[in-house]
Design a protein around this ligand. Structure first.
Ligand SMILES: [Zn+2]
Length: 464
């Protein structure tokens, strides 16, 4: 059966940032989103407004989103640019129609270049929306962009053949809200969204629900780099508690058993990781939120205290998915756009295996055996192009196997200590990680370097 593909948003964005930095001499891609409201056909929605004054250091989005039409979603995005915003234009899904762009209240001329190539290779359906961002006095104007967009363009479920039709899961890379290119400092945004959903629908997403009613008020006042949600008629949003931590799970009826399994796994994973790697600020004191997608393919991902998990049917696969994503709360500091990503994915993979073993889902040896089968005859980790067709098997499976070897060589106590050293020191490169390792007995830095495929002048006697 198909193993859910796990992709990280940050991977993709930072890869894109690098590409752009090289090719376009631009520093960064910035994701911004936003919306306001829309007076479209005969539907009039509430005008979006921010109750918290936008910070000049953060781009803030006011979003009005209507899912009241069956076939399309209506969006108005009001963008309050940060003080550091650069005029690089926007990317928007090519299916957007009835597009208007206003600077304050004045219509703005724009070019929406739906023919041609996407400006961002990851946002396949995204196309440039070009205009000159005007100034209003000394400040940049707030921009209002209104449009309608076919649900089939932006819904993971409809794209990937989900049987769940009365639901919508916004695609991560669908550019269903404007993506803005700009300066790194504006890369994170806050949002204040009003959603009009069909009667009886529920929703969950990476923000905080503050008000139910005909219009849902959903916002995030801590800066983040995206806005995704899942909404549907048969979506259950269940609040529970784990100790003093609030836990929220959004799931469809037939994933009820998954929902019941996930909290103990995530709790166990958090406990295990906290015990062995130290506590993580910002997680334990927040609500944990799980979105159980109806999909069998496409990305699972985690952000802060927020997990989106595809279906996983294999025994242990769901537990592995939860444990892996939870481990990324710790393991996320290495560059993601090169082979160095082995440190994010390898450690997340190996720590997930430790968790599965600890919780009785799979022994360490079983996990290693599964990974060995998948990664037979793959290239070395060192220097692997991040877009190599076998990158997943190399940077996840092979790297996990290598760390398992290192764990056996060092012993559990030293391996855990070494892990904590990495988390404390956050080495920028693998060579720096190897230096940290050289502080431990056993010459393991030479073994690891050799096994990674790094050319080193050393004989190693034991196999990788
Ligand atoms: Zn991962």
């Amino acid at each position: 059966m198909q193993e859910p593909v796990e992709i990280h948003v940050l991977d993709r964005i930072s890869k894109y940032i690098q590409t752009r930095a090289l090719d376009m001499k631009r520093k960064y891609l910035v994701w911004l989103s936003v919306i306001g409201l829309m007076n479209f056909s005969d539907i009039f929605l509430h005008k979006g407004h921010a109750e918290v004054a936008p910070s000049s250091s953060n781009t803030h989005f006011e979003l009005d989103i209507s899912l009241l039409h069956q076939t399309e979603i209506l969006v108005t995005a009001i963008i309050n640019p940060s003080s550091t915003y650069h005029d690089d234009g926007l990317i928007l899904n090519r299916g957007a129609t009835n597009l208007t762009v206003k600077a304050n209240d004045t219509d703005l001329k724009y070019d929406f270049l739906i023919e041609g190539e996407p400006p961002n290779p990851f946002i396949v359906r995204g196309r440039p929306l070009r205009f000159k961002w005007p100034k209003c006095g000394k400040r940049l104007c707030r921009l209002t962009i209104s449009y309608a967009i076919p649900r089939t363009e932006i819904d993971y479920g409809s794209q990937w053949g989900s049987e769940q039709t009365e639901a919508l899961e916004t695609g991560l890379y669908a550019a269903w809200i404007p993506v803005i290119e700009g300066d790194a400092d504006t890369g994170k945004f806050t949002f204040d969204a009003r959603l009009s959903l069909p009667h009886g629908w529920n929703m969950s997403g990476n923000g905080k629900l503050e008000q139910w009613g005909d219009t849902i008020h959903f916002r995030r006042m801590s800066p983040g780099i995206d806005f995704t949600f899942l909404a549907g008629e048969k979506l259950s949003v269940v609040a529970t508690e784990k100790g003093t931590t609030n836990v929220e799970i959004a799931h469809f009826e037939d994933r009820k058993s998954d929902a019941e399994r996930i909290v103990p796994i995530a709790s166990g994973a958090l406990d295990f990781l906290t015990e062995h790697l130290g506590s993580l600020s910002g997680v334990s004191d927040q609500a944990l939120k799980f979105i159980l997608s109806d999909r069998r393919s496409g990305p699972s991902y985690s952000r802060g205290n927020y997990w989106v998990l595809t279906r996983a049917d294999e025994p242990g696969a769901l537990a592995n998915l939860v444990a892996h994503e939870t481990a990324h709360f710790w393991w996320n500091h290495a560059p993601t756009s090169t082979w160095e990503d082995w440190r994010n994915e390898g450690f997340a993979t190996f720590y997930a295996w430790l968790i599965l073993d600890d919780m009785g889902f799979r022994t360490l040896e079983e996990s290693v055996s599964i990974a060995r089968k998948r990664s037979a005859e793959v290239p070395h980790i060192f220097g692997l192009p991040r877009n190599h067709p076998r990158a997943h098997n190399v940077l996840y499976d092979s790297a996990g196997i290598l760390l398992h070897g290192l764990y056996n060589r060092m012993g559990k106590v030293d391996f855990l200590k070494f892990s904590r050293d990495i988390l404390n020191q956050k080495p920028a490169k693998t060579t720096q990680l190897l230096e940290i390792l050289s502080n431990y007995p056993g010459q393991n830095q030479l073994w690891l370097a050799k096994c990674l495929g790094i050319p080193v002048q050393a004989e190693i006697l034991s196999p990788c």
